[in-house]
Structures are given as C-alpha cells and as structure tokens.
Design a protein around this ligand. Structure first.
Ligand code: PLP
Length: 380
C-alpha cells in the first residue's frame, strides 16, 4: 500500500469533480457553436465560470480559463509585459519555473529582469521591492511557494507596485482551495490557479485578470476567452474545476486545521532526526501553507531518499524541478541561502483532502531509517 504524501504535485480527483466531468462529457457540442448543442455546452461553461468567480471574489468576465497553472503563468507574465510600455519585469527568486522561465525568455525581446531576493525564511526581503520602478511592466510574486509552503507578503507587494502603476501577478496555484483567496479584496491584478491542485483533473486552470489590466494573447486562434486565450473550451474540465473548488472552499477552514495537524506531525517526525532542518516553522501561521511540510537534510541526495521512501511505501517529493528523472538542486533552497549540497537534499511531504493520520504515522515509522540509508548511499 502506498501512503501518498505528494498532493502539492497533484492531488486526488474529488468524487464531485469526477461526477461533474462525467456529466459534462455526455453532451456533445463546441461551446462556441450557435446550435442548441453548442449553447448547452456554453451554458455548462458559463455556469462553471460563475461558480469559480463567486468562490474567488471576482467577476465572471475576469475568469480566463486555461489548460492549467503553467499556461496561466505564461499568459500573465508574457501577455502583460508585451501589452505594457515598460522595459523590465520583476519576479521573486523562488517563483515556479512557469513564472521564472517566461520572465527570462523576455530577455530575448529586450526586457531586463529583476529577480527579487528572499531571506533565509523564504520570504521576500523587505528591501526587495526597491527594484521596482516606473519602467517595470509587471511584477510576479507567488502566493504560496510550492516547495516550502512559505506565503509571501502580497499586501506589501500590491501597495508598492500600485504606487508605481505596476500590475501585480500572483501564482496562486498552491494557495487556491487551501488558504482563503479573495481576488477583489487582495488588490491583485492577475492570479493563476490550477485545477489538479484542488481535486479537478489535470488540463484545466484559470487566469483571473482584471478587465482594466493590459494583456495580449500569447497563443493566437479562435479568439475564445476574451480573445486572450484561444482554443476550444474544455467544458468538462471547467465543470470539474467548479465542482472541486466548491467543496474545497466550503471545507477550507475545517480542512486547514486538520491539515495543519498532519503537517506538524510530519515536521515533528523529521525534526526528530539529527541534521534535518524543517523550513518555515518560525513563521506565523498565516505565512505558512497548511498542507506542505518541507525540510533540508544534511548529507543526502533527494533522489536516493525518495527512492528509499518509495520502497517503504511512501510517495513524497523533493519539491524541486525534476529533469530526465533527476532532481536539480532546488533554486528555492539556493535563494534562501543554502549551498548546492543542501539544495540537493530537500524533502517535501504534502497532504490533501484524503490524507489520513495513518499516512503520517506510516511516514514517521520509516523516515529515520530512510534518511540513514540515503546518507550511507550519499557517502559511498
Ligand atoms: N505554479 C506552481 C506554484 C505550481 O506548484 C505548479 C505545479 O506544480 C505550477 C505553477 C504549474 O501548474 P500546472 O501543473 O497546472 O501547469
């Protein structure tokens, strides 16, 4: 039996999402078509959009449906930078590659890129926002980090950026459905989310984009989704996203408390091992993701630790990008000041709506031995 502790990578599809998806699949009809079948698909699509908007505090017209978080991030960074007159973009040092890489790609178009530093606790350094200027076209700072679970001070980012007239994008892929998110109240201009992190299937996500925020399409075609995101609408995906988000938001407070307890038990099991450094434990609770437990471990290679855990029935993650089956040193750990050796020794356990105390106990029972084995493998 596998104890799945990798919900930040992708979480179990919720039964409500499966039901909504299956129901929508029964209807043939392109949502852009004028006939009755198309209009029925359009109705399902627009109802899903309205539900997502109501749950996240925005107008339905502000919900631009995408294939997931990566597409939403690319659209926000590339689309806003190209639509505005600025010559620079600013991104946090610990952003997901779906934000960092489009920012760096903009260099080829002549943009300068300001990478805003974080401190040892993973939070944006107080002076980091000094890099913003009148020539900054867009700033992108994530809501919750996918490796460490650290939540960024977005209120300060919005205040500073707006004082200079800069639109703010946030990658809220790990936040939506896990912590309270109110788009309107946040003051944020662009927000990315992804269905498969909240219990919908892979293949659906959204960019919430204020009507007045300048943005141009990245992919061109049929002009769907306000002309910003062309492509035939994924109606079953949208229905599943709305269904999954409905349950996630309704359960949010109760679930956050339950998950925090599971997270803290995971961290306690890790902290009991010599040479393990849990991340974020000194931060106030409102700066921590309720479901992500992360640690940096002396003298291990993440790949061999994950392999050892997997053989013991635990599915966990290094949190960092994996290319050709091998984890790269975590750019998040490096940005937080750890050396390359430690940035290769990261472990992330993440809990979801169907995680139980038994999953955490199973982890606690084997993690000490797994770290010992991984350390011996690392030394030899
Ligand atoms: N941004 C963050 C913070 C993520 O954690 C992920 C996925 O791991 C993504 C973006 C990409 O989302 P998707 O898998 O939906 O493309």
């Amino acid at each position: 039996m596998t104890h799945y502790l990798d919900h930040a990578a992708t979480t179990t599809v919720r039964p409500e999402a499966t039901a909504a998806y299956a129901e929508a699949l029964r209807h043939t009809g392109n949502a852009s078509a004028v006939h009755a079948a198309g209009r029925r698909s359009r109705r399902i699509l627009e109802e899903a959009r309205e539900t997502v908007a109501a749950l996240l505090g925005c107008d339905p017209a502000e919900v631009v449906l995408t294939s997931g978080g990566t597409e939403a991030d690319n659209l926000a960074v590339l689309g806003t930078a190209r639509a505005r007159a600025g010559t620079r973009v600013a991104v946090g040092a610990t952003e997901h590659h779906a934000v960092l890489d489009p920012a760096h790609a903009l260099r080829r178009e002549g943009f300068g890129v300001d990478v805003l530093p974080v401190g040892g606790d993973g939070q944006l350094l107080p002076g980091a926002l000094d890099a913003l200027g009148h020539d900054t076209a867009v700033v992108s700072i994530m809501w919750a980090n996918n490796e460490t679970g650290v939540i960024q001070p977005l209120g300060e980012v919005v205040e500073r950026a707006h004082s200079l007239g800069i639109p703010v994008h946030t990658d809220a892929v790990q936040a939506v459905g896990h912590v309270p998110v109110d788009f309107r109240a946040s003051g944020i201009d662009l927000l990315s989310l992804s269905g498969h992190k909240v219990g919908a299937p892979v293949g659906i996500g959204a960019l919430l984009a204020r009507r007045e925020t300048p943005i141009v399409a990245v992919a061109h075609g049929g002009g769907q989704e306000r002309g910003i995101r062309s492509g035939t609408a994924n109606v079953p995906g949208a229905a599943a996203l709305a269904a999954a988000l409905t349950v996630a938001v309704a359960d949010l407070d109760r679930e956050a408390d339950r998950r925090r307890r599971l997270r803290d038990d995971l961290l306690a099991a890790l902290a009991a091992i010599d040479g393990v450094h849990p991340t974020g434990t000194g931060l106030p609770e409102d700066r921590r993701h309720p479901g992500i437990a992360h640690a940096i471990i002396d003298g291990v290679d993440a790949d061999s630790l994950l392999f050892t855990l997997d053989r013991a029935g635990i599915a966990a993650s290094a949190g960092s990008a994996c290319r050709a089956g091998v984890h790269e040193p975590s750019h998040v750990a490096l940005a937080m000041g750890w050396g390359a050796e430690h940035a290769r020794g990261t472990l992330r356990c993440s809990v979801g709506w169907d995680t139980t105390a038994a999953d955490v106990s199973a982890f606690a029972a084997v993690v000490g031995d797994a770290v010992g084995r991984a350390r011996r493998a690392h030394r030899s």
